[in-house]
Design a protein around this ligand. Sequence first.
Ligand code: OOG
Ligand code: NI
Length: 267
Amino acid sequence: MHTSVNALFGALWQDYLKMTPSALDIHALLGGGRPIINDHVAFRTFRHPRLGLDKLAAHFLALGYEQKGEYHFEAKKLYARHYEHPTDATAPKVFISELLLEQCSPGLQRIVAGLIDQVDEGLPAQTGFLYSGAPWKVSYHDYKTLLEESEYAAWLAAYGFRANHFTVSVNELEEYDSLEEVNSALKNAGFRLNAVGGEIKGSPEVLLEQSSTMADTAIVEFSDGKAELPSCFYEFALRYPQPDGKLYSGFVAASADKIFESTNVKG
Ligand code: OOG
Ligand code: NI
């Protein structure tokens, strides 16, 4: 386990940069040379005793994070929770989701069982697991079969365990006051935004507005060849104050449902 929040997020960031080279351009564009504060990062996994959400969360609980909200995505067959650090205000929030395998087809379950069989029981607790990528070999054929049923399952089979996005805290940006301005700057610089359900997900009424780029691409090595696929993306979040004056710190399931689509192959 990592000994500090900084060490863990530093390592997550280095892996994420390899998958998302545009992240540095986005920092330069939005930060104007100043450091960017990240609101949260997100991870994906399969629900399974050996490597479900709890196995990933253990790394954050060990660093003092606390479990907060939970979220259900019926159509995508996902369950998620978010975690916050109670005292370290600079520690990004963490959003972890898992695919509910028991609700998926026998064919998908069979392919995923073949992946999970390749994972040693002790692996998910090891330091570095959260940025280790795919701990299994998968064929392009199986990847395509997963893709027909679940973009999420296919992405996870190809990319495994790593931050699938970091999220700029728009509240902390000095030169931008609204998510519209951030989106315009991104589009003028040539970035493609996730437009599923509109470029801005959420509203001041739900205390959270979010947008995201469509993922960069990377070359994935399958057991039977290589393919260029969507990798990881950058998200932008603007939070609004609650009645008690504190910024809302949760997530909004209806918005998250669309953010997941930032790694879609089609679109
Ligand atoms: C997570 C999508 C949800 C948010 O901020 O609502 C999300 C994912 O793509 O794994 O990040
Ligand atoms: Ni997010």
